[in-house]
Design a protein around this ligand. Sequence first.
Ligand code: FES
Length: 163
Amino acid sequence: MLSEASLAEIARERAKYPPERARSALLAALRIAQAEHGYLPETLVEYVAGLLELPAIQAFEVATFYSMYDLRPVGKYKFCVCGSVSCFLNGSDGILAHLQERLGVGLGETTPDGLFTIAEVECLGACKDAPVMQLGDRYVETLTPESLDVLIGQLRGGRDDVR
Ligand code: FES
């Protein structure tokens, strides 16, 4: 279900913890599995739990709690807009509304071309640059509708190195 490289990476994560602390490697193991597969279908969550010799329910508890895990397929670009206090006070609700209008999909939905998914997440820890969103492994800060339009245009044009 996973490549040898992913299995080896999970084994390395597992080895960081004592035998009775397999659960400590769960976050990393799920991240590695998702990185290879694109998202975490139920069978993969169960598989990862099995690798760590944990009950499947423990893996589902983690996979369903954290917004970084996707239990369904998502677009190539997942806009994770922070909706917590600092971002909300600086207009995150307007940012989310603009994204939905611009992309023609609702929260949690993916555009028909498979490019964009919109999600609202909790505080990203970058409050001073609110409103903020996470895009892959980077943050895009001090968002405005105009900056989003530029970013979407660049991403549609194939440039995914844009901040
Ligand atoms: S409130 Fe948005 S990053 Fe903290």
